[in-house]
Design a protein around this ligand. Structure first.
Ligand code: NAD
Length: 339
């Protein structure tokens, strides 16, 4: 079976692709590689992996001819990046992914999985499940929801469409992200012995390890279409809905350092607790990792010098840099690295 992973050079994709290859799948990775091609260095020579450096907005659809399934991960991947240039966020995260889904159907691909986000729930008082009213607060969340709303109706007996609303991801990846809550807290602890906490720490957020969320994509891939077609699944676990301040304490414990913290930012408007019963009931999906274990692995990797916090690990700063470079640099050769 051949799987096309868009955004496969990213934080999740560069963990997911080696897992697919280990599972015996053939993989095509379609990515602009905004964070560099080195994220796939460990698997780059694998005969079962084809790397295509192109954009989901204008790639040649012929690459879909021999593809059985698509995992659509390409996106400007968080709320602040989505606000840098909202029209580009809509172009990529919404229209670009709808284009991928439509072309996949046209070219006879049998399964399409959209990487969406629990951020579509926005601020909510109640615990939310897949049937709850959504409340997208940002361009990023709105683009995810618009993409969901347009790809799900494409589902039919020969084109299976599944939406995965992932919790906030944590853990090690070849394209490290320190703009994600748990990873960022660990970095703060490592650098300043203080955990940075966005005010006021009472906000709820669901979490999932990068290897666990990658496994969810593979479980959907392996599932009979009758169980996943036209379905939305929240990806995470009921026991990994955490409030930010207690989470920070738990991270200090996991790293075995005294708990010190500092506030940053204005109060976070997003707060949501998510029900993950459906994915466990329907797919038997259970998490293997905990924030404690994830925090420890990130901390150890920092101490051992295996990862650093270069500008590329802070998604919004890196995209800002690329957008500014686009204004300044006219050199045609540079266009490949530009939004
Ligand atoms: N990491 C999380 O906590 C999280 C949570 C929920 C949902 N998601 C979603 O999962 C997906 C993957 O997230 P991630 O954390 O790996 O993000 P990431 O930023 O690390 O990876 C996204 C990848 O998409 C590529 N890309 C961006 N625009 C492109 C375009 N127009 N054409 C081709 N490639 C393009 C980038 O080069 C990058 O490699 C995204 O859709 C994201 O919104 C992530």
């Amino acid at each position: 079976m051949k799987v096309l992973v868009t955004g496969g050079g990213g934080y999740i994709g560069s963990v997911l692709i080696p897992m697919l290859l280990e599972g015996g799948y053939k993989v095509k990775c379609l990515d602009r590689f905004f964070f560099g091609e080195e994220t796939l260095a460990d698997v780059a020579g694998d005969p079962n992996l084809e790397i295509i450096k192109d954009d989901i907005r204008w790639f040649d659809p012929k690459i879909l001819q021999d593809v059985d399934a698509v995992m659509d991960l390409a996106a400007l991947s968080n709320d602040p990046s989505g606000e840098l240039d909202p029209s580009k966020t809509i172009e990529i995260n919404y229209k670009g992914r709808v284009r991928v889904a439509n072309l996949a159907k046209k070219y006879g691909v049998s399964k399409y999985i959209l990487a969406s986000s629990c951020s579509v729930y926005g601020f909510q008082d109640e615990i939310v499940n897949e049937k709850s009213q959504t409340n997208p607060l940002t361009t990023y969340a709105k683009a995810n929801l618009s993409a969901e709303n347009e790809v799900l109706p494409l589902a039919d007996d020969s084109f299976c469409v599944t939406v995965l609303r992932q919790a906030t991801v944590y853990g090690l990846s070849p394209r490290m992200r320190f703009d994600l809550a748990i990873n960022g807290m660990v970095l703060g602890f490592y650098k300043n012995r203080k955990i940075p906490i966005m005010r006021d720490g009472t906000q709820w957020r669901p979490f999932v390890h990068v290897k666990d969320t990658s496994r969810a994509f593979i479980m959907v891939l392996d599932s009979d279409p009758s169980t996943v077609n036209k379905e939305i699944f929240n990806v995470g676990s009921n026991d990994q809905n955490l409030q930010i301040l207690p989470l920070a304490k738990l991270i200090a414990e996991a790293i075995d350092l005294p708990f010190e913290f500092e506030w940053y930012g204005s109060p976070d408007k997003r707060s949501y607790r998510v029900d993950f019963t459906k994915i466990e009931r329907v797919l038997g999906f259970k998490l293997k990792y905990t924030p404690r274990k994830g925090a420890r692995e990130v901390y150890d990797a920092l101490v051992e010098g295996k990862i650093t916090d270069s500008i590329k690990t802070r998604t919004v700063e890196w995209y800002k840099y690329l957008l500014e470079a686009h204004k300044i640099i006219k050199d045609v050769e540079m266009r490949g690295a530009i939004l």
